[in-house]
Design a protein around this ligand. Structure first.
Ligand code: ATP
Length: 246
């Protein structure tokens, strides 16, 4: 049986002046799946994430439906509280705050953490889920790149989202850390979190995604299983140009 749709973009469109950044994009993400988004630089992936999460733009037309509700005109905070959390391309952590306090900020944003005691327990659980060991009272500015990514994911996870959007989580990681990230995300997915992952490191999508879409010039050009999508001539051409770079 096919799982119900948790997130749908329906003909979502966004222009910046004369640039059509997202052009009538429709995608469906089913509850429990990992859905990948790929495409060349400037294809519109991050703009689409921004439109899905209300940060900081609205679509010109089209609908975003999350968990049965239209959210395209909702605030980012409302969408986060409804259970859709995201990470950003850059490792957006509060440098001077401790690891633990970064997660506490994430917890407050997502609507979790009514009491200090409960908050502490949730923060600890989120940090353990991302396997961020060591001293949680140390400032975030001393963390390695992979640990910053772990922290950003913990900040998103702490409020127990039903859907996690990850914008290029593997960017800048060496192959060993990419493998560690894949294991981490597979573990989070196994506990029931639906995910959408934008990624240029296609091996991450091959390892994790059940389905994926490729965007080019603001449009979805192919959707399907990674093995089929990544060998599709239209995708090869989008990345390498006509003739596949030959
Ligand atoms: N706020 C903005 N104002 C004007 N143009 C924008 C804005 N945000 C994005 N764009 C443009 O929209 C297009 C799509 O950008 P976007 O960042 O969504 O692409 P992307 O697929 O995420 O690229 P990358 O893989 O390089 O991150 C680009 O041409 C970009 O310059």
């Amino acid at each position: 049986m096919t799982a119900p749709v948790l997130l749908a973009a329906e003909e979502v469109t966004k222009s910046f002046g004369s640039l059509l950044a997202v052009d009538r994009v429709s995608i469906e993400v089913r509850r429990g799946e990992v859905f990948g988004l790929a495409g060349p630089n400037g294809a519109g992936k991050s703009t689409l994430f921004n439109l899905l999460t209300g940060i900081p733009i609205r679509p010109d037309s089209g609908k975003v439906i999350f968990d049965g509700q239209e959210v395209q005109n909702r605030s980012p905070r409302w969408i986060a509280k409804a259970g859709l959390k995201r990470t950003f391309q850059t490792e957006a952590v509060f440098e001077s705050l401790s690891v633990r306090d970064n997660v506490r900020v994430g917890s407050a944003y997502g609507g979790a953490g009514r009491t200090a005691r409960w908050d502490r327990a949730r923060c600890a659980e989120a940090l353990e889920r991302v396997e961020l060991g060591g001293d949680w009272d140390r400032p975030a500015d001393g963390l390695s790149l992979i640990d910053r990514k772990r922290l950003m994911i913990a900040c998103a996870l702490v409020s127990g989202p039903s859907l996690l959007l990850l914008d290029e989580p593997a960017a800048g990681l060496d192959p060993a850390d990419q493998e560690a990230l894949i294991r981490l995300l597979a573990g989070i997915h196994a506990t029931g979190t639906t995910m959408v992952i934008i990624e240029h490191v296609l091996s991450v999508l091959e390892a994790l995604a059940g389905r994926m879409a490729v965007l080019d010039s603001g449009k979805v050009i192919v959707t399907g299983a990674p093995a089929e999508v990544l060998t599709d001539p239209r995708v090869v051409e989008a990345y390498l140009g006509p003739g596949g770079g030959r």
